[in-house]
Design a protein around this ligand. Structure first.
Ligand SMILES: O=C(O)CCC(=O)C(=O)O
Length: 313
């Protein structure tokens, strides 16, 4: 989310009082660099917006549903048997122990989250995502939508100001808390990574949902507190659903950033000397999510990504 740390002023939309249904026909509206002129991805997305009331803690809006109910009469094609068997083997609760050190402070845990972990995470994100403070399409301004849906847990990150806060400026909703099960997965991943990085108990989780045309420009995560950044407290990233081409580099204008394929269940950690890397998502690989995950959750086509961070030291 490129302009993290580059605020463009805090925009506040007038709260509406009557429930409305907003249908976004998202289209390319920006031009020029991906980062500064992000526009919406090409999905048609329906969001039901309830009565909005700044300062009200009760559920006020229902957001984008990442696991919409199956349509009556829809036909689900059965995956080939070999694929089912392979996924069944992978679905055991045991975690992969493939740990790859990509560079100092950057560790990749390949296939770390089991299928049941992934299902639990999808289901929790779905529940939280349709409630107050749930998924919405963020933007840096009226005409600069990001190519993803976002929900913040713990603290809100506002793309317009590049700041964290306790409530969302545009509807006053408080971000849901980070579920305890998520904390335990973060804790285990940090421990199993053997990375020489400080351990954290995250107080922020940014949850992104990318449609199959979603993407995210190269940016640094630099809006956490100066102490958190100075200490190189790690960012822990979980990938679920369709695979993605993840890019990273020391500089934004590097012609050839490094590319890493992130698949469902992968965990990536970057902290210490890699805390300030530029990173982003170049593309999503359609129809690459595990079949069993889709069958068990009805996750939409696309990719769910959770990045855990620590704002305060
Ligand atoms: O989706 C990803 O893998 C990266 C997400 C990210 O960079 C962010 O939320 O800041």
């Amino acid at each position: 989310m490129e302009p993290r740390g580059r605020g463009r002023g805090r925009g506040r939309h007038s709260p509406s009082t009557a429930p409305v249904v907003v249908r976004y026909e998202e289209s390319e509206r920006g031009s020029g660099s991906k980062e500064k002129n992000s526009s919406a991805d090409s999905d048609s997305v329906e969001m039901r917006v309830g009565k909005l009331s700044i300062g009200d803690d009760k559920p006020a809006a229902s957001g984008f549903d990442i696991c919409p109910p199956k349509q009556a009469g829809s036909v689900v094609l059965k995956p080939p048997l070999f694929l089912k068997n392979r996924e069944k083997r992978q679905s055991s609760n045991s975690r992969s122990n493939v740990v790859v050190s990509l560079r100092p402070g950057m560790v990749f845990l390949k296939g770390y989250l089991s299928l049941s972990d992934q299902e639990m995470i999808v289901k929790r994100c779905r529940e939280l995502g349709v409630g107050s403070g749930g998924f919405y399409q963020p933007g840096y301004g009226e005409d600069t939508k990001m190519h993803l849906k976002m929900m913040c847990l713990g603290k809100n990150w506002d793309p317009q100001s590049g700041q964290y806060g306790d409530r969302r400026p545009f509807d006053g909703a408080k971000p849901p808390q980070i579920p305890p099960e998520f904390h335990s997965h973060v804790h285990s991943a940090l421990k199993d990574s053997n990375a020489l990085l400080p351990s954290i108990s995250p107080d922020i989780c940014i949850v992104n949902f990318y449609s199959q045309t979603g993407r995210l420009g190269l940016h640094q995560d630099k809006d956490e507190s100066p102490d958190s950044l100075r200490l190189g407290l790690p960012v822990i990233s979980f990938s679920i659903g369709d695979s993605a081409d993840f890019l990273y580099a020391d500089h934004r204008d590097l012609d050839q950033p490094q590319k890493l394929l992130l698949q469902s269940g992968d965990v990536l950690i970057f902290g210490g000397p890699s805390r300030n890397i530029f990173h982003g998502v170049a593309s999503i690989h359609p129809n690459t999510a595990p079949n069993l995950l889709l069958q068990h959750t009805n996750l939409r086509p696309g990719r769910l990504n959770l990045t855990f961070r620590r704002f305060l030291t």
